[in-house]
Design a protein around this ligand. Structure first.
Ligand SMILES: *Cc1c(COP(=O)(O)O)cnc(C)c1O
Length: 231
């Protein structure tokens, strides 16, 4: 099936999941996870109406950006951002999903300040406490938000998580539910430079479950583009 048809199907399932959860379909954003896909295929996805494109690697993002891959859609960075790549990502990416250490937040704040802008980002939570994954522990978030309130060149827009790869999306429901609680709890208190607007979770195998647990950004690759071919 083609990209356009795939986007239509994903949108339908997203809308059904949103309505079932008592929310409006238009309040859940579809981020196309575009890694390994060509500029041409990405433009097809944009034409089919995805809300944003999410790239994983800075070098790949720069190359495809130079080819005009993302024209007409906001560009997000959804991968693990290395400190030495911050200069290239800040400002180019509208939203950085995976800010995963205080040190990285400091660097982003400094670079954004030097560029005279305010970088929007999400804090990555290692919700299943996996040794292989980066991200903050849930209990670290309140203290972190306190700290971040003095970083005037970043704007924390919410939280992001990548739960374990499971055989079925249902197995991740407990993690999605924990994320929803964390998102709501940490949205109660007001901090400078923080607004808890976005909860980014859910991929091709589990975006419907994520939406059921309050996700309002899902990052979908395979279900839009088909199996990835790594060079
Ligand atoms: C690749 C990727 C996705 C999309 O994964 P699919 O299973 O292909 O939908 C989502 N989020 C991140 C961070 C990714 O790297």
């Amino acid at each position: 099936m083609g990209i356009e048809e795939n986007v239509r199907i994903v949108r339908e399932k997203m809308a059904a999941a949103a309505v079932a959860a008592g929310r409006r379909p238009e309040d859940v954003l579809l981020i196309a996870a575009t890694k390994t896909n060509s500029a041409e295929r990405i433009r097809e996805a944009i034409a089919a109406g995805v809300d944003a494109c999410g790239e994983n690697r800075v070098q790949e993002m720069l190359e495809k950006n130079a080819q005009g891959a993302y024209a007409g859609a906001p560009l997000h960075f959804i991968g693990h951002l290395q400190k030495n790549k911050v200069k290239q990502a800040v400002g180019l990416a509208r939203l950085i999903h995976g800010a995963d250490s205080l040190e990285l937040l400091r660097v982003i704040d400094r670079v954004a300040g030097a560029k005279g802008l305010r970088q929007e980002l999400l804090l990555e939570v290692n919700i299943a406490a996996e040794a292989s994954k980066s991200g903050f522990r849930p209990e670290e978030i309140p203290g972190l938000l306190d700290e971040v309130s003095s970083f005037s060149h970043i704007w924390v827009r919410g939280l992001m998580a990548i739960p374990p790869v499971c055989a079925s999306g249902k197995e991740n429901r407990p993690y999605f539910d924990q994320m929803e609680k964390l998102f709501i709890d940490n949205g109660q208190k007001k901090y400078d430079n923080v607004s808890m607007d976005f909860l980014s979770m859910g991929m091709s195998g589990d975006y419907e479950e994520a939406i059921a647990s309050g996700a309002n950004m899902v990052r979908v690759g395979t279900a839009i583009f088909g199996q990835r071919v790594y060079p």
